[in-house]
Ligand binder design. Structure first.
Ligand SMILES: Nc1ncnc2c1ncn2[C@@H]1O[C@H](COP(=O)(O)OP(=O)(O)OP(=O)(O)O)[C@@H](O)[C@H]1O
Ligand SMILES: [Mg+2]
Length: 374
């Protein structure tokens, strides 16, 4: 009898110490270059540890700037530090109705509520009842919260949460996360001052910062001698070019590492990275394109892959390609949104006769976009 084929395989693994350190959901112990943002979150939530009311925050930044991971990290630390705090994390891609979110919160507060079969106002009443009995201060994290704006119920939900915070005198912390910079302008001013009391901005990472982040993660994920020196620099440069997105950088290392392992290579090299770039870039497209509104999709489909279109040209094309075009102002908001998702680049040109205009180009492969547009 030969050696067990799995034993043989695991002996061959010479690249990864533990690839789980590169998984998207992994929350590391250290988050380089996010000290100030983490401090702001700590400051907002710290009152909970003293039995006081926390401050609500809106976390805003482009895709892959570490918003989700930073919030998860802070909340985890807080829960470890104090019994008074317990967090519920909801991704609004998954929970996108007022009803769904209210019942999730009630369930979390220990008041089991069926998801179906009860009226939404009843769900709200149950939530309040549960909240008054809760022995801890709940922190509700609504990630990708701009997804709620597609449903008309968003404003009602925000008003429910506002009531909880303002009138019921309940201790209740809210963290909203979004990559849509026009999000806060869509909130009514009372909701904004109460639910988005402070805005914490996450700037895109520069190549050096991406290198530091990758080095930190790679140290746990790979064996020390299993990664060629230049590899991290190349991955960081690639992600920097695509808008400073750490997700892309990490995903490249993971896939390239798997490739190196499959090839039985002794080291992970920049050549392995080159082979996975296209695949990783396309996977980023998938995540966001499928969730865009019809108008955003129409706009995206018109952006040229090479060469650049001006905002004015695109607006004209867009207006004649859809049935009920949005106003130019809303059109510009869509441009900003696609930009913050790292799908397009919108650079200002030199000042010309008609003032400063923006040249818009696609940042991701056109065929990947077309594939996910419908
Ligand atoms: N400072 C950092 N240190 C270590 N890892 C980081 C850091 N910033 C981001 N990451 C990692 O990069 C990936 C993307 O981060 P994250 O998911 O938090 O981005 P995001 O801002 O929430 O993006 P999106 O708007 O697309 O949801 C994750 O795997 C995360 O762990
Ligand atoms: Mg996120």
């Amino acid at each position: 009898m030969g050696t067990n084929i799995f034993a043989k395989k695991s002996r061959e693994n010479s690249i990864f110490r533990d690839e789980r350190f590169l998984y998207p959901e992994f929350v590391p112990e250290k988050l380089p270059h996010r000290d100030a943002e983490i401090d702001s979150l700590v400051f907002a939530l710290k009152p909970i540890t003293e039995g006081k009311k926390p401050q609500n925050s809106l976390v805003l930044g482009k895709s892959g700037t570490g918003k989700t991971v930073a919030v998860k990290y802070v909340v985890k630390e807080l829960e470890e530090f104090s019994d008074r705090a317990k967090a519920l994390y909801l991704n609004c891609f998954e929970f996108n109705t007022r009803h769904g979110i209210l019942t999730e919160i009630s369930n979390f507060l220990g008041e089991p509520t069926p998801r179906r079969g009860i009226a939404t106002d009843e769900a709200y009443t149950k939530l309040l009842f549960a909240l008054k009995r809760a022995k801890f201060t709940p922190i509700i994290v609504l990630d990708e919260v701009d997804q709620l704006m597609y449903a008309d119920e968003a404003s009602k939900l925000f008003y429910d949460l506002l009531r909880v915070v303002e009138f019921e005198k309940a201790r209740f912390g809210i963290v909203l996360i979004s990559n849509d910079f026009s999000f806060s302008s869509k909130l009514d001013s009372r909701v904004k001052s109460s639910l988005a009391h402070q805005t914490i901005l996450f700037e895109p990472y520069n190549p050096q910062q991406l290198k530091d982040i990758l080095r930190e993660r790679a140290q746990y994920a790979f064996f020390d001698s299993a990664i060629e020196k230049e590899t991290i620099n190349v991955a960081a440069a690639h992600a920097a070019k695509l808008g400073g997105d750490a997700r892309i950088a990490i995903e490249c290392l993971l896939r390239a590492g798997r490739l190196a392992e499959k090839e039985n290579a002794s080291q992970l090299s920049p050549e392995h990275l080159q082979q996975v770039f296209a695949e990783v870039d396309a996977s980023g497209v998938k995540k966001y394109v499928s969730s865009l509104s019809e108008h955003e999709k129409a706009l995206l489909s018109l952006v040229p892959s090479n060469g650049q279109a001006s905002t004015g040209e695109l607006f004209k094309k867009y207006s004649s390609s859809v049935e009920k075009p949005l106003t130019e102002r809303s059109f510009r908001a869509m441009v900003s949104k696609l930009e913050s998702l790292n799908l397009i680049r919108a650079a200002f040109t030199e000042k010309g006769v008609r003032g400063r205009t923006r040249k818009i180009s696609l940042m991701v492969p056109k065929d990947a976009v077309l594939k996910y547009l419908d």
